[in-house]
Design a protein around this ligand. Structure first.
Ligand SMILES: O=C(O)CCC(=O)C(=O)O
Length: 237
């Protein structure tokens, strides 16, 4: 269980996902990637591809929710009361220095959205078989207010002058995730040997009370795609 009040935390969730299910989902990612990353819908999609993020077409796939469908209630309860995933999930395959996301708080990105959730958390799921040997995330510890953000190259929101003194990194195994609040400063870091080649999912979650009307979510507790008006569908397309 998480405290809905705290927006500044990071937790290493060990064994959140079934490694077999995650491996099958990773295989789909690898198989589909080239074809669906070529389906660039517009200029925004083109910018996503330039920073290693997925096109809208690639993000629209029911299989990206399989890791949650197969997670046990006990594991899902670790994230409670954040039980609604924003649809669609973000996918990333970073392969270049320009793909490294600079220091930011997710609240800074949320401000760029036309409609903003009051608060959200992120569940970062690395998809390479040995995540500890791949590019990952670094976090700044402590309590932080929301800082001003500005664009940095192709990245929409970055902290202007990050000067954090207490930094934290984690060594993840396949099936682990990092769960963090939307005021937790973080950035992408290259692998310990300097390589940049990592696929991942970024699931963003809200409490049902913070969900926005006329928007789709995936309800972790029953496996349906839901809206605040009570409607539910198998997949929102
Ligand atoms: O995938 C990455 O390297 C960065 C992800 C990130 O910054 C985020 O999920 O907020």
């Amino acid at each position: 269980m998480l405290s809905p009040e705290s927006r500044c935390f990071v937790r290493h969730e060990q064994g959140l996902f079934d490694p077999g299910v995650l491996a099958a989902v990773r295989a789909c990612f690898v198989t589909e990637e080239t074809r669906r990353q070529a389906r660039v819908a517009d200029a925004t999609d083109a910018r996503r591809v330039e920073i290693g993020a997925a096109t809208v077409d690639f993000r629209m796939d029911a299989r990206w929710y399989d890791p949650w469908r197969h997670a046990t209630p006990e594991r899902i309860a670790r994230l409670w009361p954040f039980t609604w995933l924003l649809f669609p999930v973000q996918l990333r395959h970073i392969t270049a220095v320009s793909h490294l996301v600079p220091w930011h708080q997710d609240a800074g990105y949320a401000r760029l959205m036309p409609r903003r959730h009051a608060r959200l958390i992120t569940c970062f799921v690395p998809l390479e078989p040995s995540p500890g040997a791949c590019a990952s995330l670094e976090f700044a510890e402590g309590d932080h207010d929301e800082y001003p953000h500005q664009p940095d190259g192709l990245h929409g929101a970055a902290l202007a002058a990050p000067g954090f003194d207490r930094l934290r990194r984690f060594t993840l195994a396949f099936g682990d995730a990092l769960v963090f609040g939307d005021l937790t400063p973080h950035r992408t870091i290259a692998a310990p040997d300097g390589r940049i080649d990592r696929r991942s999912f970024e699931y963003r979650l809200v409490t049902p009370a913070d969900a926005l009307p006329d928007k789709d979510y995936f309800n972790l507790e029953d496996g349906w795609f839901v809206r605040t008006d009570g409607s539910r569908r198998e997949f929102p397309l």
